[in-house]
Design a binder for this molecule. Structure first.
Ligand code: RFL
Length: 416
């Protein structure tokens, strides 16, 4: 329900942008706004420790690395190590290496676990004297269709607070409050459920030489680096499977079989969960003065590693648009939703294609399996197909590349 700002405490603070959520999207928006000298306040419902430990994505794609580079931030916010751009596909135990580097000049993708990016963005934003408030409870959005929306919340000790602003950046993920503040009927949701589950396992076990995607009749499996001594594994399973039904022995046996690697070295499992492969897009990504950024607007099935990278794309487009607004040009804010959605659908299509190909090539009915295997064959043998694949993996396809625009004065906080 949209409440009225007239119920606000008299002591409402004021800023330019209230950012809701301190994940990759919110922290990137806030860091880029600070770099542009634009005031903002970040409200995060969880503690700093909790946010800093959340492990999900592992690769910052080339486009996103160059985006941070264009803001003069890549050394500060990107940890991890350069990625050699080689992906391994293993089909029935047979290895095929595919390059996802497009050979262009400039910095390339990095193996940078999501929690490392979040920790570094948090540190950078706070060093830039950014305002970041953890454990903000009961966040609610008001007057989004007016000129000065208000965001209300409670501090950790229960004190009610209110902040008025020019814009709200809804960066609070799929289960946040920002999207639910939009009146019913204003957004359209496009959802797709692959009917596939993945058991995902984090373990203190040696990473693979290259990110590894394995196809076999026993089902899909994958092995990704998450640090010098840690790995994330995926095993296809029924979407409602119980993670508790996967004992350590069962996990390692299934991985050795599906990866075609009887010698796979195991290690202590630190986390395991089952999730459904699903895709979701909300259109438009704007309502009044609220702009949805990252998972708050869209979920991409993890195949292809696009979710976090799309969040970084949205954040960049939004920050540049707010900066242009400050200079009297509101065209980029007006175009925000359409511009982001073009890329969102582009990446959804890639993720869908790769999800279908790698699952169908394993355990689908024979006709679909042969189609999927023909697609893989083309990827392994056709130069044009492998170049198109590399273009999508790097994110350097021409679908709305905001980083081509040169940021203005980046000499420091308080710049332009
Ligand atoms: P996040 O990361 O969910 O952050 C949202 C933040 O908002 C806070 N929040 C609130 N704050 C204030 N008030 C409220 N009411 C709030 N409600 C929520 C939350 O505490 C949180 O701090 O969204 P963001 O920033 O848009 O970032 C999106 C990415 O996290 C997501 O797309 C990726 O993790 C997806 N993803 C992957 N993406 C990749 O690019 N490559 C990958 O390899 C990859 N692997 C994955 C993934 C997601 C996974 N999960 C979640 C199923 C692997 C897994 C297992």
């Amino acid at each position: 329900m949209v409440e009225k700002a007239s119920q606000l405490p008299d002591s409402a603070e004021s800023t330019t942008v209230v950012v809701i959520g301190a994940g990759p999207a919110g922290l990137t928006v806030a860091t880029l706004l600070r770099r542009s000298g634009i005031d903002c306040v970040v409200l995060e419902s969880r503690s700093r420790d909790h946010v800093a430990q959340r492990q999900r994505a592992g690769i910052v794609e080339t486009r996103a690395v160059r985006m941070f580079d264009s803001w003069g931030l890549s050394d500060r916010v990107l940890g991890g190590v350069p990625y050699d751009g080689i992906l391994e596909f293993r089909v029935d135990g047979r290895s095929r290496l595919v390059s996802d580097s497009d050979g262009s000049e400039g910095p390339a993708a990095r193996l940078c676990p999501q929690q490392v990016l979040v920790q570094k963005l948090t540190g950078t934003y706070l060093e830039d004297v950014g305002d970041l408030r953890f454990e903000a409870a009961d966040v609610s959005l008001h007057d989004l269709s007016g000129d000065r929306p208000t965001v209300r919340y409670r501090t950790a000790d229960g004190t009610p607070r209110a902040i008025t602003c020019d814009f709200v950046a809804g960066c609070d993920g799929d289960h946040g409050v920002s999207r639910t503040a939009v009146p019913e009927g204003e957004l359209t949701a496009y959802a797709f459920d692959h009917g596939i589950g993945w058991l995902t396992v984090l373990a203190d076990a040696p990473p693979p030489a290259h990110p590894l995607l394995a196809v076999s009749r026993q089902g899909f499996a994958a092995h990704f680096p998450r640090g010098p001594h840690s790995s994330r594994y995926y095993l296809q399973c029924p979407p409602d499977d119980d993670p508790g039904a996967w004992s350590e022995d069962r996990v390692w046996d299934a991985l050795r079989t599906r990866l075609g690697d009887p010698g796979l070295v195991s290690g202590p499992i630190t986390d395991r969960e089952v999730f459904r492969l699903r895709s979701l897009v909300h259109e438009p990504m704007q309502y009044g003065r609220l702009f949805l950024v990252g998972d708050a607007a869209h979920i991409v099935s993890p195949m292809g590693g696009k979710g976090m990278n799309l969040a970084l794309y949205d954040a960049d487009v939004f920050a540049r648009a707010v900066r242009a607004f400050g200079r009297g040009d509101d065209s980029a804010l007006s175009a925000y939703s359409a511009r982001c959605l073009r890329r969102v659908w582009n990446d959804q299509e890639f993720s869908h294609w790769l999800t279908r190909t790698l699952h169908d090539a394993g355990d689908a009915e024979p006709f679909l399996r042969n189609l999927a295997r023909a697609r893989l064959d083309r990827l392994f043998t056709s130069r044009a197909a492998s170049e198109a694949f590399a273009e999508m993996m790097t994110g350097l396809d021409p679908t709305g590349d905001a980083s081509q625009e040169v940021p203005g004065n980046l000499s420091g906080v308080g710049g332009d």
